[in-house]
Design a protein around this ligand. Sequence first.
Ligand code: NAD
Length: 539
Amino acid sequence: MPTFDLKSLPPFTNEPFTDFSSPEQHRAMMDALAQVRSELGKPYDLLVGGHRTQSAKLFDSTNPARPSEVIGKHFEATVSQASQAVEAATQAFAAWKHTAAAERASLLLRAAQLVRERHFIFCAWLTFEVGKNWAEADADVGECIDFLEFYAREALRLDASKTPIQLPGERNLLRHVPLGVGAVIPPWNFPLAIMAGMTAAAVVCGNTVVLKPSPDAPTIAAKFVELLEEAGLPLGVVNLLHGGPEVGRTIVEHPKVHFIAFTGSKKVGLEIHERAARTQPDQQFIKRTILEMGGKDAIIVEEDADIHAAADGVVAAAFGFNGQKCSACSRAIVSDSIYELFCEQVRERVAKLTSGEPADNRATGPVINKVAYQRVLDYIEVGKSEGQLIAGGKPIENEDGGYYIEATVFADVAPQARVAQEEIFGPVLAVIRSSSFDNALDIANGTEYGLTGAIYSTSREKLNRARDEFHVGNLYLNRKCTGAMVGAHPFGGFNMSGTDSKAGGPDYLTLFTQAKSVAEKIGVVSEHDEREEEQMGGF
Ligand code: NAD
């Protein structure tokens, strides 16, 4: 059993970004792409109770840049396999909840080291399976390592936390004990970082997990679970199921699933919230939901801003990974007096964006699948009747059949227009005119979401007001609204953007635990037995 504690670990630091302009790093990425390319199209099993298993139905995960290329073949779990996975997780919980915090944390630290050793290989899988360019893939892998390292330390910190008040004659203790079996349901767009982060947070707290990744990114999850096994994952602590809504609903409603950690769309998040609230026969607890959902994120640009910096920030946040980030800027709210100039600056920058195969590391690439492609094109048609098209607006024809769409900008969009209210989740930006700072804040806050936001201004007064009045979970002043870093920018949104769980923050792990208060009268039993504490299953 590991003997380290928090003090013996170096302090948390974020994983550095890779400099792909260095010939060595460039070569490493090219080699990884070649290696992963040689491994495409293989089948992967489900994992239930530590045993590899299959079903009668296989589905393909494909490359969005060339949909005929199969990345991995995966078995779609049946409803009965979903129930078996919950049973296996329930059995594993009996032992895992008693393991010491240091042992659980060390699993995450070993996993972090293995991901670090395979950094470029994971980047290459992300490039092929979801179409990330090199920098976006690098950020996803770095964030995965950060979550593992951060939550390992947070678990030890929680374990060492002291109850602040000791009553005379009593020994007072507040321990954080695990909840039980959790369903972890991640989205496809940060298929390594978010999938691994929610799983690691659950497991390091002593819970066991049924993980159901997105059908658009099953191979990355399968690779990560293989790595967890290598790191020493005990049987049944993480069970892997693939499939769509049916499998998802089965685990959400299962009476033995105690909590659901979900990141994805508003629609599915609200459905999970509702289903989890309905008590099932034999259910013995109230299910907890941790739901992180979509956004309609805005950047306010005031007339006193550095307009070049603002245009850089808006274009990067709107079109990085083709607008497929929950934090992506989909609305720029710009002061009337600089509006035309700002639109011109944005148009110039968008014209310079190169588009093409993610493996060739272009600025923009394809959207994830055919459904997303059609949805984004439909919104572009809506936008044409709601604003003035000033950039893009068309699909990009290509011989591979990849789902490419031009970076698209609509100007003169009204705040209540559909393209200014609904999450498009693609490369579409609406530029909205504001008549005053009050008006800009009203527009920014005038959607059902509240995930990220930013303001560019040189006025201290405006920045202070934004700090108080811009109602989002993650606010950025004079920088873009994407690129949250674990530890520095705990992440989660307000309103219909979710339950604001603040992933990568100091309170996140408490969501995966319940606090047990123990008061012992001093003097009745002479010697306190520390081993007894270990057996109670807390941190
Ligand atoms: P999605 O809601 O379609 O799917 C998310 C997950 O839920 C997938 O694993 C999917 O298979 C599963 N699922 C689908 N229907 C289900 C059901 N009825 N019951 C249970 N599970 C079900 O989202 P997506 O397309 O994978 O991801 C994009 C969305 O995620 C966007 O809305 C984006 O804003 C959001 N997102 C939010 C955050 C955040 O931190 N707030 C981060 C990343 C992505």
